[in-house]
Design a protein around this ligand. Structure first.
Ligand SMILES: [Zn+2]
Length: 66
């Protein structure tokens, strides 16, 4: 299951390993083994798990949740 979350500042991206600062959004992915993988916006975009869409003239980030 994938879920968009807001970082409280203690979250590290499991792909590029940078700290995701508050209040940046990240994607939490529950793996089958009970572990959770966290991806920053850049890595989520890179993997196709998020995309920007334009809403009322503004770019809005959308996580593609399951
Ligand atoms: Zn990352």
């Amino acid at each position: 299951m994938r879920q968009g979350c807001i970082s409280l500042g203690q979250v590290r991206c499991d792909d590029c390993h940078r700290i995701i600062p508050y209040p940046e959004r990240y994607l939490a992915i529950d793996e089958a083994e009970g572990t959770t993988v966290r991806l920053c916006i850049d890595c989520a975009l890179k993997r196709g798990y998020a995309r920007y869409k334009v809403e009322k003239g503004e770019q809005v980030l959308t996580f593609l949740e399951e």
